[in-house]
Write a protein that binds this ligand. Structure first.
Ligand SMILES: NC(=O)c1ccc[n+]([C@@H]2O[C@H](COP(=O)([O-])OP(=O)(O)OC[C@H]3O[C@@H](n4cnc5c(N)ncnc54)[C@H](O)[C@@H]3O)[C@@H](O)[C@H]2O)c1
Length: 317
């Protein structure tokens, strides 16, 4: 008699209609995982129709305990990609940030324990949890002193995950993600300099740069970012927190240079006042993810720009 087919654990993607979530859904389906997506009803899904047909969709709000409990039913691995705030706007209302993201996640973890969820993979923020770096590249052991509420709530959630492991044995992995870019990134979004700049260059619009354009970030192609998330689902080692980025620093001016090269068009640059919450440089060290997860970024910045441009040019105007 042949052995029964191995059943893959069911993955729940909270925020699965979003930029990162939609790519994660594609990657999980390619690996043969059954996938449930939890997201708001009034948000359009970014996946194509063939992919969408293979997913179980659950509409709800992360701030509703009943909705979150319903989404977790029957799921084995929970990818937590909901954030109700953005780095740049979170300081305007820290109470909202805490009440929705931190309290919401504590409620999520209570139900995950009750329902026997096996693992939580949390997408944290490599660009904000460390604050102003003492040295780059930044390793996971670097001090954490965020200068925005978003970074503080991400860090608080990381700590609650550790508490729930200690108290209840709930397994977890944290991925401190740098700045992902690529297909499906919302051009109008306030987050994501690469896509915003690419969109403006393709439309021939002026680009406003905060500061002198020397602010350096670590930009990672979205396909590489979600590959790390899939690896995290299977990780059984001792480490809990991983930086996920390209490991390379690119300034705002260098993004524009790269876009000019890839598109063959000139960027019209306008320099304005710097923003207080922008750390001057952020580049992540990837040694831990390389050795423990067996993961490394595969796509160069230029190749990623090509993919983003091709996708943007395929979109209806
Ligand atoms: N994009 C980045 O630069 C970046 C970098 C590091 C970490 N992250 C984190 O990765 C995660 C995903 O980011 P993204 O760029 O895909 O964002 P996104 O806005 O494209 O996706 C987030 C999804 O969460 C959903 N969501 C938000 N509030 C919700 C609520 N109250 N109830 C139900 N669903 C809700 C949204 O509808 C959306 O589909 C977030 O946690 C974000 O903080 C993003």
């Amino acid at each position: 008699m042949s052995a029964p087919a191995k059943t893959q654990p069911r993955c729940l993607v909270l925020g699965g209609k979003g930029f990162i979530g939609s790519h994660l859904v594609d990657a999980l389906l390619r690996e043969g995982f059954p996938v449930t997506v939890f997201d708001r009803a009034n948000i359009p899904a970014l996946n194509d129709a063939a992919t969408a047909a293979r997913v179980k969709w659950i509409d709800g709000d992360f701030t509703s305990e009943a909705d979150v409990a319903r989404a977790l039913e029957g799921c084995d691995i929970c990818f937590h990609l909901v954030s109700t705030t953005l780095p740049q706007s979170s300081n305007a209302d820290p109470v909202f940030d805490i009440e929705t993201n931190v309290a919401g996640t504590a409620r999520l973890l209570n139900h995950a324990v009750r329902l026997g969820v096996k693992k939580v993979v949390f997408v944290s923020s490599g660009g904000t949890v460390y604050g102003i770096p003492r040295n780059v590249p930044i390793s996971e052991d670097h001090p954490t002193n965020p200068i925005c509420s978003y970074g503080i709530t991400k860090l608080a959630i990381e700590k609650y995950l550790h508490l729930y492991l200690t108290l209840h044995g709930l397994d977890y992995t944290v991925l401190r993600l740098a700045n992902p870019f690529g297909e499906r990134q919302r051009i109008q979004a306030a987050q994501g300099a690469v896509a915003v700049f690419m969109g403006k260059v393709l439309r021939g619009e002026k680009i406003e740069i905060w500061g002198d354009g020397s602010v350096v970030r670590d930009y990672i192609y979205i396909g590489d970012a979600v590959a790390a998330m899939v690896k995290a689902a299977d990780y059984r080692g001792e480490e809990r927190v991983f930086n996920i980025g390209s490991g390379k620093g690119v300034s705002l001016n260098e993004i524009l240079d790269g876009i000019e090269q890839v598109t063959g068009r000139k960027a019209t640059r306008q320099y304005t006042a710097a923003r207080a919450f922008d750390v001057p440089v952020s580049v992540l060290a990837l040694d831990r993810a390389r050795s423990e997860l067996g993961w490394k970024p595969q796509t160069s910045f230029t190749d990623g720009l090509h993919k983003l441009m091709t996708w943007m040019q395929s979109q209806p105007q």
